[in-house]
Design a protein around this ligand. Structure first.
Ligand SMILES: [Mn+2]
Length: 312
């Protein structure tokens, strides 16, 4: 038997990172390879809800890679969002739907598509390999699509995501919308998290030249509930900015019912955010109407904001 391949998504894993890792490891196993899925951090409540619903085990935690490990990266290709030791690993494959920001020393099998969810690409790989998807795996992949596209409302969502979700819901044997809203709702419960934890649940770091930008996002069905602890969240964000030398921290609270986001923006480069969205923050906050996607709406606007000259 060949050596084990480590399959994992990004740090601060979301439902897609876990579902894609599980389904990719399963696919590899079915085609005779030795692969295992891992998580690069604690799971959020939405993902736990999905795993419980479909009676699946949490993947083991992976803290560090040994040199020359074989890996498959899913739902991520940025080294700033992956496991320690990736520089000396052998990347066999990447399956992703984020911007490409990958530099390797050897050729890599890279499947990247601008769809709403990595699991949508995985579904096609199962078809390609003629491997059938079990109801449990289908349930996890479906959960990932619902989560990543916020029930098909994200601008990242494509017709392919929707069709794939419908097929997966039939395999899983569940009502897509009924289950979907329960899943999203399960992810909004932050009552037993500290402010420090809340800003880390789904936090992603982006290094752009000499700038360090962090965009952290949570879902909510009641924005007031989150913003009543705004002061505490700001304190937690300031602390993290100091500790990690972050230039711009954007905390995004996405309203899953209205499909808008309210943000808290801090750091010494909030000017980038204000330029990106052509607005001025009041009390470090603003509402972004119709903005729900970090990868397709917030990050591109920020990168554009960096390019523009300061206009005062
Ligand atoms: Mn994803």
């Amino acid at each position: 038997m060949d050596t084990k391949t480590y399959v994992f998504g990004h740090t601060n894993p979301d439902t897609d990172s876990i579902a894609s890792a599980i389904s990719m490891a399963n696919l590899q196993t079915k085609i005779g390879k030795y692969a295992e899925s891992f998580r690069l951090g604690d799971l959020n409540k939405e993902t736990k809800y999905a795993l419980k619903t479909f009676d699946m085990e949490e993947p083991d935690f992976l803290s560090k890679l040994e040199d020359h490990s074989n890996v498959i990266m899913v739902d991520n290709n940025e080294f700033s969002q992956t496991v320690e030791g990736i520089e000396n690993a052998h990347i066999q494959m990447v399956v992703d739907h984020h911007r490409l920001n990958l530099r390797t020393s050897e050729p890599v099998h890279c499947i990247a598509e601008p769809v709403g969810c990595a699991s949508t690409i995985l579904y096609k790989l199962y078809k390609q390999e003629e491997v059938s998807i079990t109801p449990k795996i289908a349930g996890m992949m479906l959960s990932a699509i619902i989560s990543d596209t916020l029930m098909f409302r994200s601008p990242t969502c494509t017709e392919q995501d929707k069709k794939t979700a419908e097929k997966l819901s039939k395999i899983a044997g569940i009502d897509l919308y009924q289950y979907g809203y329960k899943l999203l709702e399960a992810g909004t419960n932050i009552s037993d998290y500290t402010p420090d934890q809340i800003i880390c649940i789904d936090s992603k770091d982006f290094q752009h030249e000499d700038l360090k930008i962090t965009i952290s996002q949570i879902n909510s069905s009641n924005l007031d509930d989150v913003f009543k602890i705004k002061k505490d969240l700001e304190t937690a964000i300031e602390k993290r900015i100091q500790k990690e030398n972050i230039d711009l921290f954007i905390f995004v609270v996405t309203d899953i019912l209205e499909a808008n986001s309210k943000v808290i923006v801090l750091g010494n480069r909030v000017d980038i955010f204000e330029r990106a969205f052509h607005l001025q923050l009041i009390g470090n906050t603003t509402i972004l109407k119709g903005v729900i996607s970090r990868k397709k709406q917030i990050l591109p606007a920020i990168l554009e904001g960096i390019k523009q000259k300061i206009q005062i």
